[in-house]
Every structure is written in C-alpha cells, then in structure tokens.
Ligand binder design. Sequence first.
Ligand code: SAH
Length: 351
Amino acid sequence: MYQDPTTTIEHLYSGTPVYRNELIGLLKCNDPYILDLLYKKADLVRQEIYGTDVYIRGLIEFTNYCKNNCYYCGIRRDNKAVVRYRLTTDHIMSCCEEGYNLGFRTFVLQGGEDGYFTSDKICHIVRSIKSAYPDCAVTLSVGEWSRSDYQAFFDAGADRYLLRHETACEEHYRKLHPSEMSLEKRKECLFNLKDIGYQIGSGFMVGSPFQTLDNLVDDIFFLAKLKPHMIGIGPFITHKDTPFSGEKSGTLDMTLKLISILRLSHPKALIPATTALGTIHPNGRELGLKAGANVVMPNLSPVDVREKYTLYDNKLSTGDEAAQSLESLKTSIANAGYEIVVDVGHSKVDK
Ligand code: SAH
C-alpha cells in the first residue's frame, strides 16, 4: 500500500512502527519540501535529547596494514599502491596528548586488521591511554576478533567499539567482500561486543555498489534490532586502486535522508557527520548535523601518515577535518547553529 512520505515522517517521529513500503517511499522522495520537513523533525528530536551539543572524537588511524580484501576499501590487502605505516605506542600517546590539550575527551583508535597488533599490544595501548587520561573514553575500531579478545580489550579499559555491519543483506554482503568474510561473523561480533558491555557503533555505506533501496531498508531494520549506541553512515566513495574503481559514489541527499531516518528511529544514538560526508560536499558536515547528526570526528593522526590512510579518493584530513583546526571547525559548527563541547560525550542509549 502506498503511504505518503509526510505520514511516514509522522510515524517515525511518533515511534509508530514503519513498514518496508513506507521507508522505500521516503527513500525515493525527492520533494524538497518534504525532505526539509524530514530534516527539521530529525533535528527537533536530536535537540530534545542532546540540545545543540556536538561531541568531538579524536580519530587516530594507527595502522593501514590490513589482512582483509574488501572490494571497496583503499587499504585492502591487494592494493600494492598504498605506502603502509604503523604508529608506535609513543606516537599514539603523543597524538592523545595533543588531542587532550585541544579539548578532546574521546580517542578513537582505528586501523586495518593488522596482525602485528596482537591482542596484547592493543590492550597495552588501551591501558596506556586510560592511565594517562582517566577522564577520557577510548573507542576501538579494529575489526573482527574473538569474544575473548574483545573481553580483554574491555578489561584493559576500552569503552566503545565501532564495527559497521556494512550491509545487512547477505547477498549484497557477498558482492562487497571476498568469500573468506561473512556477514554472520560480523553480526556475531556486534552482539558479542554489546553483550560484553561496550557502547557499540555500527552502520553502513550509502550508495555502495549493487545497493538497492531494499538493502537500505534491511540496514534500517537491522539497526532497529541491534539498538547500537552509535550509528556511523557515510557515502561510499570510489577509490581508484580497488575493484570498484569504476563505480559511482553515493550521494549527499541519500545520506542525509538516512541520517534523519536513523535519528528519528534512534533518538538517543550518537550519530556522526562523517568525514566521507564532508568529502563529497563542501558543506556536508554541517548539513549532516542539521539532518540529525551530533558528533564529528576530526583527524588526530600524525600529519605525515594522513594521506596514507586513504579509504577512498580525496579523503579529507586537512582543513576542518584536522584536529589542529578545531577553532575553525568550532566556527563552522557555530554558524550552523550548534556548539562543540568538551565532554566525554557518552551515549544516552539505555544499556
Ligand atoms: N578495519 C576496521 C575499520 C575499517 S575503516 C573495520 O573493519 O571495522 C572504517 C569504515 O570506512 C569501514 O567500516 C567502511 O564502512 C568505511 N569505508 C571503507 N572504504 C570506503 C569507501 N571506499 N568509501 C566510503 N567509506 C569507506
């Protein structure tokens, strides 16, 4: 049955269950008046819970070695054009020191799945950061591990874990990843992380190759079941040295629509306006905030390695994406009507 998109927005806003055909109708909608209503409602919900606060996370990309071969990703194993690097613990600690002085109270350690960084090494890094900065949160984004390794990181002090499911549809997952990877494993990791007690983040790329509107609805439904504390979505962006070099990138509009839908369905979640969104449009970050996002993750990695962590072409790491430009970022965000706060910024999603 056709449902007009305005009614769907009302359903999302009031927490009434929405059906697949309603969501498809809204995802197809290009009426600027209706989309404006969607963004406004999402912003209203975000302001009810989080006011105009924007939380900042210092992103430290500590290794670009990766044993995986995801077809979309620029740091995939088979990309021989990447200059690989790893940061030492000392290096990571100096990134945190710089970040702390700038006002960051969350550090996100992200990397490829790099066998050099054993579970013990990761625990050591987490412990070092938590003992130097007990008032800060440590977020890990280091891919798939066994439940006991996740438990060890948690016991070492890690507070949060980001692991995007990438796509909730088995058939689509197969088209984005080689056969040694599995959606089932990815989901199992997410449920383990949640069970251990992490604040978890999941999400997906918008406009990844072969993605259909039905796939996006699967993603929305999967997140409704998982109930993550954080939801990270951003447009897929082509990388020239991957099997998807000839594919189109995702769009600003579709990403904004999804940010709003996810904000309405997860009022208390932390939702970043991602670097990928800032990369596809000069105003992407601010538009993401206006559509319901409430987190930004500037880059705290050492300047000389930033261009080597190229998940996709033209990835931003300078200007307002650089932690060092926080003052300028504060101004852009203030101009959009929000305020960067110095706060650990835990999620308000119930445990
Ligand atoms: N190895 C970690 C971190 C991956 S990089 C992990 O497996 O979780 C972080 C995210 O970047 C990925 O989850 C993916 O959704 C996104 N990403 C990778 N390649 C991309 C591309 N070409 N365009 C947009 N986002 C991409």
